[in-house]
Each structure stands twice: as C-alpha cells, then as structure tokens.
Ligand binder design. Structure first.
Ligand code: FAD
Ligand code: E0Q
Length: 452
C-alpha cells in the first residue's frame, strides 16, 4: 500500500505517542510543536511537574515499546498517604498488593523518552512551530516560529495541541463542534519539597500524599530526584482561604502554618514558590464532534480536557492514541476511521470527566471520614467474596482497561449496594453478609476481565 501521510499538531504527551504508534506502522509522520526541543533546552519552565501513570497509560506505552524506559525514571506509589490536621498520616493502599500500584513520572522526562522513540521510528519533529491557521479547502496550514511564517500542505491532521487547542479553534470556524467549557471555580498552585539534608526523600516516597481540608486540599507526588511536587487546590474567589484572599507568599506561609503545619518545614521556599508560580485554571471541555470529515480529528485534552482529580487525563489521552491508530490502520477511509474513533472514545471520555469531577469532592472532603473508610473496607471484603463481580471503583478506573463508561456504570450500581449494606451501621461486624451476597449476585453481572 502507498505510504500514508499524517500531520500532528503538538508534541506533548498525546502527540508524541500518536506519532510513534503511526510511524511504527509505516506512516510518514510530521509533528509540529510550539515549544523548543526539551532535549536541547530543558522542559518548558524548568519546574518539575509530575503525573500519575496508571495501567491504561502504561499499556499504551507498552504498545509503543517505551514502557521500560519510562518506568526506569518513575516512582512507585502504593497508596494515598492522608495527612489529617493534627493527626498522624495514614496510608490507604490503592490496590490489593504491589501488582496494583500507580507511578509518578516527570512530565519532561516522559516527553523526552517518547520524542527519542518517535525519532527512532522515523517521525519528523519540527520544534518552535506554532500552528496559526488552517485552510481546510486548500489542505494547507500556516505555522509561526523563528520570526517567520511557514506553510505546510497536509493530508490528515491530528490535533494533540492540548486544552487550548488552536486546531480546534480553526475547526470551529468551519463547523459547529458543539463545544462547551465548564470552568471549575477552583485553581491550583505548585510548590516544591526538596531533598532532605541527607539527600533523601523527606517523607514516604512510595505514596501520593494528600492533606484534605474540606473545601481545599494539598497533594504531593514524588520525583525520582528525591523531591516532591506539591499542588495546592483551592477556590479562586470567596472567603478565606481562596486565591483572592491569599495573593502573596507571606500570606500563603501563614495559611500553611494554620492548615498544613506538618508541610511547612518540608517546603523551605514556600513563600517564593507561591509568588513565582502562576495559579493554574481547571476546566472540563465537552465537544459533540471530534472530527471534520476525513481531514482533521482531535485527541487528548484538545478533545476532552478534564479536571485532574482522578489522575486520568494523560492515561485517557494515551488510550485515545492506541484507539485512533487502530481505526486508521483498519482499512477504511479516514472519515470512517475518525467517526469510529469518536464513537468509541466519546462516551468513555464523558465517563472519566464525570468521575474526575466526583473525585475532587471525595479527595478533599471524604478520605478522612469514618463512613468513607467503612465503605472502602467493605469494598475490599466484597471483592474477596466476589472477585469476578465486585471490583472497587478505584481499581476499575486505575488497574483495569475496561471502558471508562463500564467502570462508571458498575461503580454506580456498587455505590447503591454499599449504601444499602452500611445504612445505619458503623462497623463491618454489623453487616448482614447473606443479604449482601444476594444483593451482589442480583445486581452485578460477572466481569470477564476480572482477576481473582
Ligand atoms: P498537552 O500535554 O497539553 O500537550 C499539548 C502540546 O501541544 C504541548 O506540547 C503544547 O506546547 C503544544 N501546542 C499547543 N498549542 C500549539 C500550537 N498552536 N501549535 C503547536 N503546538 C502546540 N493526567 C494524568 O493522567 N495523571 C495525573 O496525575 C495528572 N495530573 C494533572 C495535574 C494537573 C494540575 C493538571 C492540570 C493535569 C493533570 N493531568 C494528569 C492531565 C494531563 O496533564 C493531561 O491530560 C495531558 O497533558 C494531556 O495531554 P495532551 O498531549 O492532550 O496535551
Ligand atoms: C490518583 C493519582 C492531581 C491528582 C492526580 C492523581 C490523583 C489525585 C487525587 C490528584 C486520585 C486518588 N489520584 O488518589 O484517588 O490516583 O493521580 Cl488530586
């Protein structure tokens, strides 16, 4: 078959992986990236930002053959270390054992591993090239970079240019994509925990740390250079504490001394980090249509940005890449491939967007609540009793690759079961196991993908 050409906008997480997967299957791939080459100039900003990589994303990296190089630089996270105000931190394991864990990976390191693999697979990477506009009728686009304008003819366009996608804006000028953005009224700020005096991690490395405080929270993920990236999430506006009432480093320090006292000695440059780093915005982006005929399609955040509270945005974007490569290589024309891709992925993106919103409430307000802990303990018991039917919500999202929509549907059924079983009781000793087993068998079909 003749060589097929594709042009990808964005060499971030989704763009780089999509490029590898198509080049490995014989496609000629050009990728245009607004920023400079992170392998030459360091990753944008130079700050260490990390992400949680889970089974969905890891499986996609396996398809591209880069999982080994990525995991080498990752830090295992066994669970959530919850830091209550005035109490001792407690580890809540994510899974049943160390086969059920997630990985903290530096965004820049991950990008560099994938860019190297893309080049090795024959991808042509063009840095300092920002998409400016597209003429779909003439199959031509224009990029800016190095103080000049560059013209490029394309056959197929894939938009992996993130939540603020320029390609999406250009597609919107041609067609109504049914776009809607729901801004979250909370934002975030990143801070850093450096290594201790001995050069080691200052707190437990193999965990995702959370300081839940009701309407706001902090989290910290480990980096392999023995630092942690701390993220404070809180409302933009409104009464103290908010980004409106805490605007500078000195105020942030006083706020941390009040609400996160155990974190203060860990973050020596807290006030300066707070002043230097911007407040990040968070939103959910819904699109009715992800493609323009057979010419252009959106993937990752460009198609379905979500709030970060389930740690699944990148994982979902990586699943998109595998799905799109499969549809494009299935033999039909590109319009059919894009339509099939959208039909497969849109319901699943919607499902994880919803679960991500729900997880914010859970993380900031419920993880240190006795009722929540009772339900988590009961989930584990039910999984042990019915391993093929009852799989905890977190495990379906994080350790399995069943469609997100299936995970959401089963989670809703399970939530009802848990509520029926724990109504009016405060210890597992009081559970009516015979009735509960009947409820599970009647409510949940067996799941073929389940692991005993
Ligand atoms: P991006 O990673 O944003 O990449 C887009 C690329 O396109 C960039 O390189 C950009 O420079 C380039 N670009 C943009 N415009 C143009 C243009 N006009 N021309 C050329 N290039 C352009 N996900 C997880 O799975 N786990 C987590 O733990 C997690 N934590 C998160 C924490 C926070 C605070 C946030 C905000 C997000 C988090 N996410 C997490 C989500 C994750 O960051 C995104 O889902 C992921 O980066 C999406 O990848 P992408 O390739 O679609 O977009
Ligand atoms: C994970 C791993 C930004 C972020 C990333 C995450 C998670 C959370 C809370 C946040 C969800 C969880 N979680 O612990 O349930 O599993 O990625 Cl805030």
């Amino acid at each position: 078959m003749a060589t097929r050409h594709v042009t990808i906008i964005g060499a971030g997480l989704a763009g780089a992986l999509q490029a590898i997967l198509l080049a490995q299957r014989g496609w000629q791939v050009d990728v245009f990236e607004r920023r400079g080459d992170p392998r030459r100039f360091g990753y944008a900003g130079g700050r260490s930002i990390n992400l949680a990589l889970a089974e969905r994303g890891l499986h996609a990296l396996r398809q591209a053959g880069v999982d080994g190089n990525v995991l080498q630089q990752a830090v295992m996270m066994r669970g959530r270390m919850v830091h209550p105000l005035g109490g001792e931190p407690q580890l809540q394991r994510y899974g049943r054992d160390d086969s059920e864990v997630i990985w903290s990976i530096n965004r820049g390191d991950l990008n560099v591993v994938m860019l190297d693999a893309a080049e090795a697979a024959g991808v042509r990477l063009h840095f300092d090239r920002r998409l400016d506009r597209v003429d779909f009728a003439a199959s031509t686009l224009w990029l800016r970079g190095d103080l000049a304008e560059h013209e490029h003819r394309f056959a197929l366009l894939i938009g992996a240019d993130g939540a603020g996608s320029t390609l999406r804006a250009q597609m919107l000028q041609r067609a109504d994509l049914g776009e809607r953005t729901d801004w979250l009224d909370h934002g975030y700020k990143e801070l850093e925990i450096p290594p201790g005096y001995d050069g080691g991690f200052q707190i437990e490395p193999n965990a995702l740390h959370i300081w839940p405080r009701g309407h706001y929270m902090c989290i910290a993920l480990p980096n392999d250079e023995r630092t942690f990236t701390v993220t404070l999430f809180m409302p933009h506006e409104g009464p103290y504490p908010s980004f409106e009432t805490i605007t500078e480093g000195a105020q942030a320090l006083a706020f941390f001394q009040r609400d996160f006292p155990d974190a203060v000695p860990l973050i020596p440059d807290l006030a300066r980090d707070f002043d230097d780093n911007p407040v990040g915005l968070l939103a959910t982006l819904y699109l009715e249509r992800w493609h323009l005929g057979g010419q252009a399609v959106l993937i990752g955040d460009a198609a379905h940005a979500m709030v970060p509270f389930h740690g699944q945005g990148m994982n979902c974007a990586f699943e998109d890449c595998v799905a799109l490569a499969n549809h494009l290589c299935a033999g039909g024309d590109s319009a059919a491939a894009f339509a099939a891709f959208e039909a497969e992925r849109k319901p699943n993106a919607r499902a994880i967007q919803q679960m991500a919103l729900e997880n914010y409430h859970e993380m900031r307000d419920r993880v240190d609540d006795p009722d929540y802990l009772l339900q988590r303990a009961l989930e584990l018991q039910l999984q042990a009793r019915h391993p093929d039917r009852f799989i905890p919500h977190y495990a379906m999202v994080t350790f399995m690759r069943i469609p997100y929509a299936t995970a959401l549907h089963r989670s809703e059924l399970q939530r009802d079961i848990l509520q029926r079983a724990t109504a009016g009781i405060d210890t597992l000793d009081a559970v009516d196991w015979a009735a509960l087993d009947r409820d599970v068998l009647a409510t949940l079909e067996p799941l073929a993908e389940a692991r005993a």
